[in-house]
Design a protein around this ligand. Structure first.
Ligand code: KG4
Ligand code: ZN
Length: 339
């Protein structure tokens, strides 16, 4: 089954053709980050307009890269939410029109389930049951995944998402959006042990996160050291990153032990952070846990993960009808994700 995947939930317009859920025939991502960079974050109205300009060329390119024609597509999967409403509407409305015109089945994919499925886009993928982290600009969720149709949400952030914290600290240090890769690069030149930022672990049995405290600590430190800040930037970046990575690692290992799993799959933009992967890998060795991370191009938003999840939904006949709307926030249990 060849599925056309479409993603437009934030600032990437993406299309992919995926065969049988995991064979990637093409994956095209048109990123808007350069435009949003100058505003220090994603401007929703600009994002929507750019999706409109990009959607047809991106799908054309995906067909061209796969050497295929539209007649060869068997089903359509598009992100339905959560995300920016105007941005989602572009991709999902296009998908509806395309599916209607071609007489194809359409599935509306939950973006977070899509991220979980980025773990299946490689031959070396986790076996059920496993722990999955979706760590992006909007979410920090830990799931216990025990089948293709069951994702139990074990914990989530109570305030900022981890990627959002990276973005905000980057901004505080005078750098732009998106901040994750900027902080990671700066941290390479710094000492992670020089400035000890707090690790917020919340209640003993909680798998929830809170990143607003560390963000405020960084801001306080910057304010208190503004005269010498230039020399301290790499150490601040390294100290912040170390604290955040430590918290993610502690919670993931605890979740894996609790659910008696042997594998942890990290996904979302933050999983592109090599320092995080290495730290988690080293800590998990002691327990014999295997760590999975998608290829770099599939860590952030992409359409191959949407097609991969969509394939399962098409198999289950979990179709979207043309009166289905997009949604900005996760709907509890609406698509299998439990809160
Ligand atoms: O999954 P994603 O592309 O989009 C959302 O669904 O939000 O994630 C984007 C987030 C941004 O906050 C960005 O700063 C963060 O992922 N990110 C990183 C890295 N690369 C991207 N965070 C830490 N380290 C990185 N190398
Ligand atoms: Zn995402």
């Amino acid at each position: 089954m060849i599925v056309l995947g479409i993603e437009s939930s934030c600032d990437e317009t993406a299309a992919a053709l995926v065969k049988d859920g995991n064979i990637i025939l093409s994956s095209v991502i048109a990123s808007q980050t350069e435009i949003h960079h100058q505003y220090g974050g994603v401007v929703p109205e600009i994002a929507s307009r750019m999706h409109i300009n990009a959607i047809v060329p991106v799908i054309d390119q995906a067909l061209k890269d796969a050497g295929m024609s539209i007649e060869q597509i068997d089903g359509v999967a598009a992100t339905r939410g959560p995300g920016l409403i105007g941005a989602l509407l572009v991709g999902f409305s296009f998908a509806k029109a395309f599916a209607f015109a071609r007489g194809l089945n359409l599935v509306g994919v939950n973006h977070l389930e899509g991220h979980i499925y980025s773990s299946f886009l490689s031959e070396d993928c986790p076996e059920f049951p496993f722990i999955s982290l979706v760590a992006s600009g909007g979410h920090t969720n830990i799931y216990h995944v025990d089948s293709h149709d069951h994702f139990e949400l074990m914990g989530q952030t109570r305030d900022d998402a981890v990627g959002e914290a990276f973005d905000k600290v980057s901004k505080m240090l005078g750098f732009g959006y998106p901040g994750g890769s900027i902080i990671e690069e700066l941290a390479k030149k710094g000492n992670p042990d020089k400035i000890k930022f707090p690790r917020t672990l919340l209640e003993k049995d909680s798998f929830d996160f809170s990143f607003s405290g560390i963000k405020s600590s960084v801001l306080r430190y910057i304010t208190e050291h503004k005269n010498e800040i230039k020399d301290l930037i790499p150490d601040i970046a390294a100290g912040f990153q170390a604290a955040v990575i430590d918290v993610l690692t502690i919670k993931l290992i605890k979740a894996c032990l609790k659910k008696k799993c042997t594998a942890i799959a990290i996904t979302g933009g933050v999983s592109a952070n090599d320092t995080f992967y290495k730290y988690l890998f080293d800590k998990a060795l002691k327990y014999g846990f295997k760590i999975y991370v998608p290829k770099k191009e599939f860590c952030g938003d992409n359409a191959a993960m949407i097609a991969a999840r969509g394939y399962r939904m098409l198999l289950n006949k979990n179709y979207s009808t043309f009166d289905h709307d997009v949604f900005s926030r996760n709907k509890i249990n609406s698509t299998g994700i439990k809160k």
